[in-house]
Design a binder for this molecule. Sequence first.
Ligand SMILES: [Zn+2]
Length: 405
Amino acid sequence: MNPTIALECTLCGRVFVPDTERHVCPDHDGVGGILDVQYDQAGARDAVVDRLDDPIADLWDLAPLLPTDGNAIDLGAGGTPLLSAPTLSDQLGVTVHLKDERGNPTGSIKDRASAVLASRALASDQSVITCASTGNAAASLAGYAARTGLDCCIFVPADVPEGKAVQPLVYGADVYAVDGDYDDAFSLCRAVSEQRNWYDCSAAVNPYAVEGLRTVGHELARQTHETVPDWVVYPMGNGCGLAATWKGFDEFVNLGIVDDRPRMLGVQADGASAIHEQFSPDSDEATDPNATTQADSIDVRKPHNARKACRALDASDGATVAVSDDEILDAERTLGRTEGVYAEPASAATLAGLQRAVDQGLVAPGDHIVLVVTGTGLKDTASARTLVDGVEHVPHSPDAIPERE
Ligand SMILES: [Zn+2]
């Protein structure tokens, strides 16, 4: 049974009857009043408690907590591993685990959002689903559209990495690379959606995108309920993912299933650090307003969901840091070389952010840290290519291969 009871404005608290089409409160300009989905989960507690230590099959493992009526789309999202990171732990003097989202069906955590969005789109007979995305959400929504037979159009910034542009095309979506950045893609997507009555699944504005993403918080609560982490580190573009992770974990505490909550550490890139500047206005880290970042998944100048992120950061006694592209790319290489995890730059930003937090004394020696590795590095080999030496071309002769030292 769908446990949704209301949509609540994050600005004024006005409450609406849940429906699929309503995204924002009409009492504010533009998309200021993004809505938050409210639940009655009392009836779900027993189902959750009974399964707390069971292996997690996938996103639909705790379907009673999701805002859907049936249509559990089976593509394999969720149920991702929590990996230990012994080498990083030794290097940093803390205990690091990686919530590894690379194994989701289209290669990123966005599949958790798309599963719920596509399920709702099916249930409400939407004809066309669409989103604006820095890349991962677009590929993900296109994959779910293909799986469900929905028509899909997506809007990406002009500089989207090649891998993220090709992937949704393979899934059969129409892909529009919009002149400008993510904000331009977002505003065009929104305008077209309103004009053509398309279902806008953009994570920045669709409240149900956060609801699918919050399953990563549910899973973390299940996987760490005996030793709740001190910090969960999440990369922030629009801020939806961090907000969702907190919301999911917090629900398990409110249900009396887990005793403690982690603090949230939000990481942004210097070139796109609006949430960091809003949440940590006294930070002395210099930021250039004209900068950009190679971490395309968090390259968002005007995060529309900053309010949800800041509420989660506040509620968790959290913190934010901003890191440079050099730190992010160094961290991408370090993740690969220390733990065998090839993550995209935005995901590697969590490690760069943790390093910064350790240096600042924000994170204490011995703290238990979870880095959320939100997506694979395989979609953006161009940025990674700058990190490594090239292959060595050799003749077909054993003598050409040096001994290992
Ligand atoms: Zn409002």
